[in-house]
Design a protein around this ligand. Structure first.
Ligand code: ADP
Ligand code: MG
Length: 283
């Protein structure tokens, strides 16, 4: 089932002088199996929105539906653990949330918490660690002696070890070097290809172009645009101040200069190269 937001608003510190409505009347459907990117300025409400998906925040009004779970104002959720297993959320800078004394214990915590046996949890932890590229030599180490990038991988392994059906990622590549960011996105693509729905908050339009099937643009707590990435970049985005991916700009220039480039099929450098190779120049 898709994830559905119905008229969702969220107010921080209600009825205090600090009261602030961070998201306003959000209506959004996140389709099963999609790779949905959520973009927009800092402060536009992206993190607030995604934290509703696993009920870290409950709406101030409206409701969110995730499969059989209904997330409503001031209502305790039946089987909250079940929801958290179904929808795994990787925070911004998740590496700050590690707490166990070894890497493998930290990663096994999630599945164990969701009810699998200690032995099975450890198996899942090891598989998840392999998947994020941390081999056996890491498993007995303390998370605190690892580099920032490695710690982030441990945190992500902790979420994927629970095998969520929906993976929510809040700026997972922020602060990583380009190579680290690329490796991480390759991992998320692999997880998506296996059928997991991915919701990704990002500022990086190159990532949006390459991976997303759907983009949601937020501004001042509201959704101002929804589209597929190519249509978004092809349209006038000046009011949202989004950066246009370099690859798209380049392909567009080639097209403007008369090359037969099909912009709807350019997501990677390889796509562009193969079109140039067979395309030739329009007469
Ligand atoms: P984004 O992720 O797009 O940067 P956020 O959802 O973090 O946006 O924040 C949206 C707005 O809500 C911002 O103006 C932010 O200052 C405010 N906000 C976020 N968290 C809190 C909080 N815990 N208390 C009060 N205001 C908050
Ligand atoms: Mg944020």
């Amino acid at each position: 089932m898709p994830i559905v937001f119905k008229n969702v608003s969220y107010i921080y510190s209600p009825k205090t002088p600090f009261e602030y409505e961070a998201i306003k009347n959000i209506n959004l459907t996140i389709e099963d199996g999609s790779f949905t990117a959520l973009v927009g300025h800092t402060g536009s409400g992206k993190s607030t929105l995604v934290q509703h998906i696993n009920a870290l925040l409950l709406p101030s009004s409206g409701e969110v539906m995730v499969d059989e779970f209904v997330i409503q104002p001031r209502k305790r959720i039946k089987n909250l653990k079940g929801l958290r297993q179904r929808a795994g959320l990787v925070f911004q800078f998740p590496e700050y949330q590690l707490f166990e004394e070894t890497v493998e214990k930290d990663v096994a915590f999630g599945p164990k918490n969701f009810g699998v046996s200690a032995e099975e949890a450890m198996k899942k932890a090891h598989a998840a660690l392999q998947e994020v590229g941390l081999d056996e030599s890491y498993w007995q180490r303390s998370p605190f002696e690892l580099s920032g990038g490695e710690r982030r991988r441990v945190a992500i392994a902790g979420i994927i070890a629970a095998e969520p059906r929906v993976l929510v990622l809040d700026e997972p590549t922020a602060g990583l070097d380009p190579r680290g960011a690329h490796e991480m996105m390759t991992l998320f693509k692999k997880i998506h290809d296996k059928g997991t729905t991915v919701v990704l908050v990002t500022h990086d339009m190159n990532i949006v172009l390459r991976y997303a099937t759907h983009v949601v643009v937020m501004k001042d707590g509201a959704i101002v645009r929804e589209s597929d990435p190519i249509s978004l970049f092809a349209s006038d985005t000046s009011e949202f101040a989004l950066e246009i991916p370099l690859l798209y700009q380049f392909a567009k220039k080639l097209q403007d200069r008369g090359m037969a480039i099909d912009l709807t099929h350019i997501r990677s450098i390889e796509d562009l190269v193969s079109q140039i190779k067979k395309g030739g120049v329009r007469k």
